[in-house]
Design a protein. Structure first.
Ligand SMILES: [Zn+2]
Length: 464
């Protein structure tokens, strides 16, 4: 069998891995690449032919950097089934449509804005809602722990990866040319004790080959308990200064976690009453999907639910659906929390709020997730004094706070523990990480006697 690393190799977006066996090819994930605008357009539009001709696809979770280019794959000619967990399927039904809408909206806005610029090359969206529906028709929902056979000779099983609702590790038991081998693809791994969802499951032994994410291969997060203290401090500070607290957050996972922690802080009397706007139609729909899947909740969230009722609705929370309501938030005087997508501040409504408040020194921009290189979110993390929003340079006068404890990704300690739990393996491949995070993780694993490899994009590796 062979592995072909076609995306998220020494980078964190555009996940795409091919597993080639005698009976056919499986594409694992087909995510949107996010980075420099021109490169993104080109890479997202031109998917590798080997991926388009894969027999089946398996999706580890619904985040757009893993799922966001499945509509392009289907539009380009892919005709196989796409396997995912039921919660991932439900989330994708909203997220991929939202992705199509954002692309169409942004393209129309920018093409209009620059219509008189002779150098402007009009933007064409990657896909529209019809393409998304065609991709969704190919989805097959498979619950955790139910083995299925995507190709003859391949048994596949989803295990919980504890990253977001529905997220899965993929276990492939492959009989190929007389050999039986187990390949585990970690997908994005969560942390022990993250709010709401269950913790990641240990991998089944023995493991022959492991493809593991390495987003935070060289960083330790604060404790999950630290999250509560940090958020309390940032919210109180923001209220004191009388400004808005703007949180660019992924609609899936981070938005619900922040709400859950805020809910707990209010219940404990640790925060004053303050309006919280969830300004993302997608986050609203996704929160509904969370309500539909309490089977994914951990014991703590279940008991919170029993005690306090709905985890995601409480005094002060307002869900903002229409663009008119979104614009009205601007007229809201006094402190408020505005949670809005997209997570890396590259598109969507959060850009309006950032544009309106980035120059206001009373405001706070709170970064709670990983920001890929060259995204607007990353520029805030890098404390750039000026940033570009919709093509216009603006001074950053708002306070920028970065809370890594909120990360839905395993940190260095979690990753090392996971690899250790896999026991002796033939080979380990690090994906979904930037070189500064992968290098130190690779070095530590090599010191521990693990045969570890960091593939480049385009690498094909034969496995025994
Ligand atoms: Zn993810």
């Amino acid at each position: 069998m062979r592995l072909r690393f076609l995306g998220a190799a020494q980078e964190v977006t555009g996940s795409l891995l091919l597993v080639e066996v005698a009976s056919g090819t499986i594409a694992v994930d087909c995510g949107m690449f996010q980075g420099r605008r021109e490169e993104s357009r080109q890479r997202n539009r031109q998917l590798p032919a080997e991926a388009i001709h894969a027999d089946v696809a398996i999706l580890t979770h619904s985040h757009i950097d893993h799922s966001g280019n499945l509509p392009t794959l289907v539009k380009s000619g892919f005709t196989g089934s796409i396997y995912a967990t039921p919660a991932t399927l439900d989330l994708c039904a909203y997220m991929l449509r939202d992705s199509a809408r954002i692309q169409t909206g942004d393209a129309a806005y920018l093409n209009r804005k620059f219509q008189n610029d002779p150098d402007w090359i009009p933007i064409v969206p990657l896909y529209d809602e019809t393409d998304v529906l065609q991709a969704l028709e190919r989805f097959v929902a498979i619950p955790y722990h139910h083995a299925f056979e995507p190709l003859p000779g391949v048994k596949a099983t989803f295990l919980n990866s504890g990253h977001i609702l529905g997220s899965a590790q993929l276990v492939l038991d492959i009989s190929d040319n007389g050999h039986s081998r187990r390949l585990v693809v970690s997908g994005d791994l969560g942390r022990q004790g993250l709010p709401i969802i269950r913790d990641p499951e240990p991998p089944p032994l023995p493991v022959d080959y492991l493809v593991i994410e390495s987003t935070y291969g060289n960083r330790l997060h604060g404790t999950v308990e630290q999250m509560h203290d940090d958020l309390e401090r940032v919210v109180k500070d923001s209220v004191r200064r009388g400004g808005k607290l703007i949180v660019p957050a992924f609609a899936v996972g981070r938005t619900q976690e922040i709400l859950y922690v805020l809910h707990g802080l209010f219940k404990a009397g640790r925060l004053p009453a303050i309006p919280i706007f969830i300004d993302s139609p997608l986050a609203i729909n996704v929160t509904e999907v969370f309500r539909l899947h309490p089977e994914c909740f951990d014991a703590e969230t279940r008991s919170f639910l029993d005690e306090h009722g709905d985890v995601f609705s409480f005094q002060g929370v307002r869900y903002v659906r229409t663009p008119e309501e979104s614009m009205e938030i601007n007229r809201h005087a006094g402190p408020a929390i505005i949670i809005s997508a997209s997570g890396m501040a590259e598109a969507g409504r959060v850009l309006h709020h950032l544009r309106n408040h980035v120059g206001d020194e009373r405001s706070t921009i709170l970064i709670v997730g990983f920001m890929a290189q060259h995204t607007l979110g990353r520029r805030f993390v890098e404390r750039r004094p000026r940033v570009k929003i919709w093509g216009l340079e603006r001074d950053v006068r708002a306070r920028v706070e970065v809370l890594n404890a909120f990360s839905a990704h395993a940190d260095r300690g979690d990753l090392l523990k996971y690899v250790e739990a896999c026991g002796a393996m033939r080979r380990v491949f690090l994906v979904h990480g930037e070189p500064d995070q992968q290098g130190p993780l690779r070095a530590t694993l090599a010191e521990r006697g693990v045969c570890v490899h960091v593939p480049e994009r385009g690498d094909t590796i034969e496995l025994e």
